[in-house]
Ligand binder design. Structure first.
Ligand code: NAD
Ligand code: TYD
Length: 341
């Protein structure tokens, strides 16, 4: 392993992974390949801009020629694919881009990686492929029951990874992360949206009763989970990366508000998300068995996250303009003026 292509690393988790890899493994070259969609942001990579083992290439993972050229030019031997459309609510409004990137893009990456002779291919996936988990914990061999177009597109990408392993003998591994939070997360997901809205004393649109359960994982722990699987995962296998920290949405929001120093009266129950999964929860013994352990606890990581958004308004105020406002209006205007179901 020497020249690692990290796709989608101008986004939230991929950029944390790129920053971590560049600093942790100076003998690896980290080549970031990203389309710079609305969610991609070169500001996420400025901390490593001047590092000699980092390069940035703008490109689409579904663009076969661009992928082929990049694999050849940088003599890529390893691929870590973070690139995705990643927001459930946008997949309900407009699923096309999800099929383009999360299904077709994964296929193009696999196909060109095979032709180029890439060694290890790591696909970053999600707990959402398991669907709603009423009780117990998802294990890696569970059936996929995705419920949103986002989850279905990620499941489709994963199945293609499996097929290239079985059919073509490619060295593939998969990670399935749980709900991730931390600095540099685009302010459309629950925590960064609500922190930045709360800082401005705006109402916080909590879907339905707010009793849905998510398993919260700090981004730095997600990144070391991906690293563990990249270096020590068994070929053809998938690994859950869990926070083992289940909370009701409403409790997450109340903890956040206490840290921001704003009243709970900002919470506004609004009509629910369509097809909203009640609970995700995964077992991650398999990942622990290859030597991974979490280093962050939720209260400290949440406090650090709130502090980061408080101190880095320059980062998110620039994002919350233009097209972002159109999306916000489409997703929330009617909800915020309606009564909850
Ligand atoms: P993000 O939306 O913040 O970033 C996605 C990045 O991919 C952006 O930089 C975007 O420009 C890039 N991209 C999108 N389409 C592309 C294309 N066609 N070609 C090249 N680049 C493209 O996403 P994130 O939250 O950092 O998630 C990263 C990965 O982790 C995704 O695969 C997601 O499914 C997975 N994941 C996310 C979470 C979470 O809670 N955020 C949890 C588990 C798994
Ligand atoms: P989100 O951050 O979109 O992640 P995911 O849907 O992938 O789990 O949402 C986390 C939870 O918060 C989910 O149950 C939906 C809920 N939520 C709200 O209640 N209001 C919102 O405005 C958003 C974006 C999410």
């Amino acid at each position: 392993m020497k020249n690692i292509l990290v796709t989608g690393a101008a986004g939230f988790i991929g950029s944390a992974f790129a920053r971590y890899m560049v600093n942790t493994y100076p003998h690896y070259n980290i080549i970031v390949f990203d389309k710079l969609t609305y969610a991609g942001n070169l500001n996420n990579l400025t901390p490593i801009d001047d590092e000699p083992n980092y390069r940035f290439v703008r490109g689409d993972i579904a663009d076969r020629d661009a992928v082929r050229r990049t694999l050849a030019e940088y003599q890529i031997d390893t691929v870590v694919n973070f690139a995705a459309e990643s927001h459930v609510d946008r997949s309900i409004l407009q699923p096309d881009a999800f099929i383009h990137t999360d299904v077709v893009g994964v296929y193009i990456m696999l196909d060109e990686s095979k032709k180029h002779g890439v060694g290890r291919f790591l696909q970053v996936s999600t707990d959402e492929v398991y669907g709603d988990v009423e009780s117990g914990y998802s294990v890696e061999t569970d059936t996929f029951l995705p419920n949103s177009p986002y989850a279905a597109s990620k499941a489709g990408g994963e199945l293609m990874v499996r097929a290239y392993h079985v059919t073509h003998g490619m060295d593939t591994v998969i990670t399935r992360g749980s709900n991730t939070f931390g600095p540099y997360q685009y302010p459309e997901k629950l925590l960064p949206l609500f922190i930045t809205e709360a800082l401005d004393d705006k109402p916080l649109p909590l879907y339905g009763d707010g009793l849905q359960v998510r398993d919260w994982l700090y981004v730095e722990d997600h990144v070391t989970g991906v690293d563990a699987v990249l270096h020590r995962g068994e070929s053809g296998e998938a690994y859950n990366v869990a926070g083992e920290n289940e909370l009701h949405n409403i409790d997450v929001v109340k903890q956040m508000l206490a840290l921001v120093g704003k009243p709970e009266s900002l919470i506004k129950h609004v009509p629910d998300r369509e097809g909203h999964d009640r609970r995700y929860a995964m077992n991650c013994d398999k990942l622990r068995a290859i030597g991974w352990e979490r280093r962050y606890n939720f209260p400290d990581a949440l406090a650090e996250t709130v502090r980061w958004y408080h101190d880095n308004e320059w980062w998110w105020r620039e994002i919350k303009t233009g097209d972002y406002l159109d999306y916000f209006k489409q997703q929330y205007a009617a909800r915020l003026s309606a009564d909850a179901d």
